[in-house]
Structures are given as C-alpha cells and as structure tokens.
Design a protein around this ligand. Structure first.
Ligand code: CA
Ligand code: CA
Ligand code: CA
Ligand code: CA
Length: 599
C-alpha cells in the first residue's frame, strides 16, 4: 500500500443514465412548501422521482476507509482524512502540498508491513470516528487486518483523542480485560461498530476478528509459518476517560472459534426497546438487559429465521416503509438477499416495542434481480433517488461492476443502464480505484443540497460522487443527540410518516458503522415523495431512570432539520429544536472537480 505517494487526483466527469441531464433537470412536482398531497395508490404521489441517476465524481488521496463525520463542526460532512469546502469538493489532508496529516495521527500512516521478523508496519483496516469522551470533538478507533504478531507495536487497534485544535493524541494502553489488565487487540479485524450498548451515555466499541483455527500461511512470515488469528472479538465498554474494558465473553458476543468469518456488522435497536442490539458474523444478538453495567445478548438469528451464511455486508433497511427493519445480507458470490421482518406485532404504531417472539425474517427470493457477483465485498444502503425508499449499493468485486439497486417498494431494480461513474471499466481507471473498493460505499450529503452523495474508498483513495439526479422528493434532516447534544445515539431508530399517510413509515437508523467497513454521516437525511408536514417518532431510553422509554413525537416540514435531544432528568420527555436547513441549490458548475480544477 502506498500512502505517501504524490497526490493523484481528479478526473472526472458528469454522467447519466437513460435520459440526458436536461430532461432530468425538470422540477419535481410539488415544492417543499406546497400543501398536502392526497394519498395515492402505491404510496408514492410523485412517481416522476428520478429512476435514472446522475453523478459528478472526483478522486482524492485518502488512506482510510470511508468514515464520515463533520470533524470540523462547520456543517460539512467529509470522509476522514479530507476536508470539505461545503460545495462537495474535498481537500485531502495527506497531500504535503496542501496540508499535513493531522498531528498525532502519523502512526496511522505507518509504512507497509515488513517481514514478520521485523515486527514493523501497520495494515489499516476499518476506522470509526466517534466522540468517545462526549467532548464535542470526535476521536478515532482504527483496527488492522493482519496475522497476530505480539511483537509489533503498530499493527494493533489504536485509539485517538481529538484535542479539539486539529491535533490528535494516541491513548496508550486504552484497552483492558475484565480484570483491569491491559490488552493488545490485533488480528484480522473487520467492521467496527460504535454504540452505547450499556446506556451509560458513553459510546462503546465492538470490533469483530477472525477467530477460526487458522491453517492459512502467513504471507509475511518465514516458510511454513501460520497466520494466527485472534482468539475472540471484543466488546469494549467505555468509562468515559479513555479506558475501555472488554466484556465480550460476559456479554455473549466474543464469537470465539467462529468458523464463518465475521465481516459486516451493524448496531441498532431492532426491537425498539431502548437497548442497542448487534448483528455480526451471522448472529443477531438481541440485547436482553444490562446488569452491573454489562449488556447481555442472546443470539436470536436462527430463531428469527436468519440463515447462518458467509456475508460481506449486513444492513438493516425498512425495505417496504412499513415501520419494520428488514435485513439485507450480501453473499460475495451470489449478491444481496433481502430478509423481511414479518409478524413482529399487530401494532404498526411507531414507538411500540416490537415483539420478536412472534417475528420471523422471511427471505424474499425475488427481491433482487439475478446478476453476476465475484468476490463482491461491500454493501450499503441509503435513499439515493430521494423517493423515501432506501436503495442498495454493492461494490464492484472482481468483475469491476458496482451495482445500484433502486427500491421500487416491492423489490429492487438495478439502475439500467448503470450510471457512468459506476461503470468505469478498469482500462479507463488509472487507479482501478472503483473496482478495488475496500469496504462498502458510504453516504453523506457533501454539498448540503438535501440529496445524499456517495463515497467509495480503497485504502489510499476515496471517490466522491456528488448526486445530481433530478427530480427528487422533499427532504428532512433528523439528528438524534444525547441530552447535552452529544453525538452518542448511534443505533437509535427514527420513524417518520407523512401526516396524510400514517401507514407510510420511513424507518432510519443513526449509523453505528454498518454494511461493510463503512460509516455514513451522523445526521439522518430522510427524503419523502410527500411535500407536506411529517410526523416523527423516536423511542429513547431514560438512562437515568431504569431505561424507561420516552417516545418523542413531533412534526417537521420539508427543508427543516430537527435536533432531537435525549431525555434527561430536567427534560424527561426529551427536547426538539427545529431549524431550517441552509437553503442551497447545487449548481454543477460550482463543483470544481467536475471542471478539472484540482486540489
Ligand atoms: Ca456505554
Ligand atoms: Ca433492542
Ligand atoms: Ca429510493
Ligand atoms: Ca448532496
């Protein structure tokens, strides 16, 4: 991996699907401030919303997997390792001509791994950006993917504190076992998720590792050496002072001796009971309660009808806008499969606890069209065309064929013909970056125009695709915060319905890290084909009061952002601030990357 090479950059171009841009620029029917749209059959009053997609793309140096955060708290999301000018043009922070690596993070850019007997180097894997100290400045957890080498001090999971001044400090020996003894965490690590699993207000970390008894050769070791795996996966509880204690065994999520490797993961409150659940390694761990600060999980995957399969990406989406989160699993050689959550309850009321005892995930065999997949590692989902239905994207794999599936409400249809940046053939892509994506695409509204944009990453470049598809629905932003505004509500579930159609429920999850090695922006960007007021429901635990649930219910208009504060002793019902989203109309001419203007 070459992380210090000179900035490459740029390219690219606009692109389109079936129809040309001029056609797509037709205004949507119904503006944000128009009156309610009457209920229509099929639940979509605006069928004109784009079925073809249009993107403007740029390539940037970025030695990290795609983790999205507003590191600078200036209203601009960006992939970690870059800075956003608010028009969606990124500046890489590892280009010496532009800016230095943020001081303190140099060790994350360690040289490639050396022969094992040198015990040097680092093989970065996944990165999460999260505010572990509730300081307002997000820190970093980064793991590696390599054989266990106890003598290599760089090739381990590392934690960094954000000093709030653009610099970072590595927290030394941050991880401890249940006896308080320091532990080093290394091995072949996969998707990191961050969430407050024990409802103490501090974000905890789950890091899965390969744990099977390995006979794989160590590519960096002497002849005959075996690549040793970790003995376990880790659930690291955060005490808020930079120390994390592994409780994976007590919690029931250590995944020891797991034959299927663990790859994707997601944390979310699946059953709406205020306790964050966890999906990883073909296990669906339901959080059954917290004892002495330790959450306890029961694997209900098989009982709920989920198969034990090898996946390269897991993502919960409400595929039918019925208020229940369904599961998409990516088989790297067969493609995505949809498992619909059925029979959970007769109460579809937002805010109700979902009764998993009567539920079952039923595979929808025809949900995705047949296609060719070969070593396709990476899956993610967002509502890409703004019609209120979450869409699915898969990485290119060996066939260099990334795929976007638009959700039709009764199954997914591949965008055809595929949008041009997504059909880059390797011969025309000097870095083959898009074909060699490491981890799933991630989603963020890079230019603040209310339309979600797409990012794809190798471990040394990130490709940003500004979404210029039109027409689209109205949009809303919901940011679920701790009681003091902390970004610590990963995994919480938001439900939003048009006031005229309470049966149409857009269900979204604050991203904990999900899919495969990716992290979407923290605020939820929710689109709707209805240009009217919507009702939002969020169930949050009163963590100061035995985790009793508060249902926070409010209305929001198109173009508005809700900042939702978790319940506190002084505000036991939580609190909501509604603010207008900065009006912004994206003009492609302002996107310098599209004009060949480089960083
Ligand atoms: Ca916690
Ligand atoms: Ca739960
Ligand atoms: Ca959609
Ligand atoms: Ca955008």
């Amino acid at each position: 991996m070459t992380v210090h090479r000179v900035l490459l950059i740029l390219v690219l171009w606009a692109s389109f699907g079936i129809c040309g841009c001029t056609k797509q620029l037709a205004p949507m029917s119904g503006g944000p401030n128009q009156g309610p749209v009457p209920p229509g059959s099929g639940g979509n009053p605006n069928p004109a919303i784009a079925k073809t997609l249009d993107f403007l793309a740029g390539i940037y140096v970025d030695p990290f997997s795609t983790a999205i955060r507003d590191d600078y708290f200036n209203g601009n999301a960006q992939p970690f390792g870059t800075r956003n000018d608010s028009f969606g043009t990124l500046t890489t922070l590892v280009n010496p001509a532009v800016g230095l690596v943020p001081p303190g993070l140099e060790a994350l850019l360690a040289p490639p791994i050396g022969p094992r007997d040198q015990h040097t180097g680092r093989v970065n894997r996944d990165t999460r950006i999260a505010d572990f100290e509730n300081s307002g400045f997000p820190g970093i957890i980064s793991n590696t993917y390599d054989c266990v080498d106890p003598l290599n001090p760089d090739d381990i999971a590392k934690l960094y504190r954000n000093n709030g001044d653009g610099t970072f400090t590595e927290i030394l020996n941050p991880f401890r076992d249940h006896n308080g003894q320091p532990i080093t965490i290394q091995g072949r690590g996969e998707t990191i998720v961050v969430a407050d699993f024990n409802n103490d207000g501090f974000l905890d970390i789950f890091i899965p590792y390969y744990t099977y008894k390995s006979a794989d050769p160590d590519p960096e070791g002497p002849p005959g050496a075996i690549c040793q795996n970790s003995t376990q996966s880790y659930l690291l509880l955060n005490d808020g002072t930079g120390h994390f204690t592994d409780v994976a065994d007590a919690a029931g999520v250590s995944l020891r001796n797991l034959q299927e490797t663990v790859e994707g993961a997601q944390a979310l409150d699946l059953n709406n009971d205020g306790l964050i659940d966890l999906c990883a390694g073909s296990h669906l761990f339901i959080n059954t309660g917290i004892t002495n600060g330790i959450p306890h999980f029961v694997d209900m995957g098989l009982k709920l009808g989920l198969p034990s399969v090898f996946e390269e990406g897991v993502k919960f989406v409400d595929a039918y806008n019925d208020g229940y989160l369904d599961l998409v699993l990516l088989d790297p050689n067969k493609g995505p499969a949809l498992f619909r959550l059925e029979g959970a309850t007769t109460l579809s009321k937002p805010g109700a606890i979902i009764q998993l005892g009567t539920a079952r995930f039923a595979q929808q065999l025809t949900a995705f069209p047949g296609d060719i997949y070969r070593n396709t590692f990476g899956l993610n989902a967002y509502d890409i065309n703004g019609d209120g239905l979450e869409d699915v994207i898969t990485t290119g794999g060996d066939t260099c064929d990334p795929k976007i599936f638009l959700n039709a409400g009764n199954g997914f249809e591949r965008v055809s013909p595929q949008v041009r940046p997504f059909t880059l053939d390797a011969a025309h892509d000097p870095q083959k970056a898009f074909c060699q994506a490491n981890g799933a695409m991630a989603f963020a509204d890079l230019n603040n125009d209310g339309q979600i944009d797409v990012l794809s990453s190798t471990f040394d470049t990130v490709l940003a695709f500004i979404n210029n598809s039109k027409p689209r629905g109205s949009f809303f932003v919901v940011e679920v915060l701790g009681s003091n505004g902390e970004h610590n509500q990963q995994g919480r579930v938001v439900k939003m319905s048009p006031q005229s159609r309470p049966d149409v429920i857009f269900t979204r999850v604050v991203d904990s890290g999900s899919g495969y090695l990716s992290q979407n922006q923290y605020p939820l960007l929710i689109s709707s084909p209805y240009s009217e007021q919507h009702e939002v429901t969020i169930s949050l635990p009163q963590i100061f009061n035995s985790n009793r649930l508060t249902n926070i219910v409010f209305t929001i208009s198109p173009g508005q952002k809700a900042r939702v504060f978790a319940p506190s002793i002084t505000n036991p019902n939580g609190r909501v601030e509604i603010v207008p989203v900065r009006p912004f109309t994206f003009d492609p001419a302002l996107y310098p990357a599209a004009q060949g203007i480089l960083e």
